[in-house]
Design a binder for this molecule. Structure first.
Ligand SMILES: [Zn+2]
Length: 178
């Protein structure tokens, strides 16, 4: 059957198609599909899940996403750094841009005053553009944003610097730009 389908694809001029490649490399394709479901058992610091993480992204990164809480590498890194270094210890208020649910829940339980902000999401406290913030200077203690600056409209470094400076302007003298 496989040979017949391959002959048909060749007849149709589709020898360079993904289907032809898949028929010719079925064992390799099976391995890739298996690996996408997880390579090694891991622990999630966000939800205490133990087991294999799944691939995520384009192109996919193996073992990137916790299947229980949906956390990615950057979320777990924040949890680990805070657990080991206490970077959020003592933080009273935080402005969280583009809030990811797993991080939002964590911060809401950790910080006294949590404020979420996003330009497009509707389930946030503030509609804010990180390129043009309307908040008064030094009005928040800390700002957290992850996977945000690469999405600013103008990819020029000056615009990213401006967004960083905008976020920094809102922070009072005791705060941090995370
Ligand atoms: Zn998890």
């Amino acid at each position: 059957m496989k040979k017949i389908i391959k002959k048909i694809l060749i007849t149709l001029g589709l020898k360079n198609s993904f289907l032809y490649w898949a028929l010719s490399n079925r064992a390799y394709l099976r391995k890739i599909l298996k690996d996408l479901q997880g390579l090694y058992p891991r622990e999630c610091p966000c939800c205490d899940f133990h087991g294999k993480f799944v691939a995520f992204g384009h192109p996919p990164r193996y073992d990137a996403k916790c299947p229980q809480c949906g956390s990615l590498e950057r979320h777990r890194l924040l949890f680990i750094i805070d657990r080991d270094k206490g970077i959020l210890d003592g933080v009273q208020s935080i402005l969280h841009f583009a809030p990811e649910p797993i991080v939002r829940n964590y911060l809401q339980n950790k910080v006294n005053q949590y404020t979420s902000a996003d330009l497009f999401k509707s389930d946030v406290d503030l509609k804010e553009d990180i390129e043009n913030l309307s908040l008064p200077s030094e009005s928040v203690e800390s700002v957290l944003y992850s996977n945000v600056l690469e999405h600013v409209n103008d990819k020029k470094s000056s615009k990213i610097d401006q967004s960083y400076s905008q976020a920094k302007r809102e922070i009072n003298c005791y705060g941090s730009n995370l």
